[in-house]
Design a protein around this ligand. Structure first.
Ligand SMILES: [Zn+2]
Length: 122
């Protein structure tokens, strides 16, 4: 199944903050889209429902796969905008940044997800 990327405004902030990583992020997200369920590590506890993938040595990309929302009944915890109408092959890229910071901010970023999207590479 081919996966389709969507982006949050928090991700836009990350791209502005870490401009030197923009190209690297773009390559990694294309790679992740090949098989996000296999490549993304499922996060636990308060970050349950999210997945991560390394970006460089100390950075992480945080994302949601709507296929997870369906299979694992994580729709409400993830709060994807209109998840029922969102194809299950949708991947929401939430954030990227230093490992520790991601664990601190990913939960609140997810709360902002509703209706909070922009197109970054289109
Ligand atoms: Zn969803």
């Amino acid at each position: 199944m081919a996966y389709v990327a969507r982006y949050t405004t928090d991700l836009k902030t990350c791209l502005e903050k870490y401009t030197h990583l923009k190209n690297k992020f773009e390559k990694k997200k294309d790679y992740i889209l090949e098989n996000p369920l296999l490549l993304g590590e499922p996060l636990k506890h308060k970050l349950n429902g999210l997945r991560s993938f390394p970006l460089g040595s100390n950075f992480l990309i945080i994302f949601i796969v709507c296929d997870d929302c369906r299979r694992l009944k994580q729709k409400s915890i993830n709060g994807c905008p209109h998840c029922e109408q969102t194809p299950k092959n949708t991947v929401f890229f939430l954030l990227f940044g230093p490992h520790d910071l991601m664990y601190k901010t990913a939960a609140s970023s997810r709360k902002n997800l509703k209706g909070n999207e922009f197109d970054v590479f289109t």
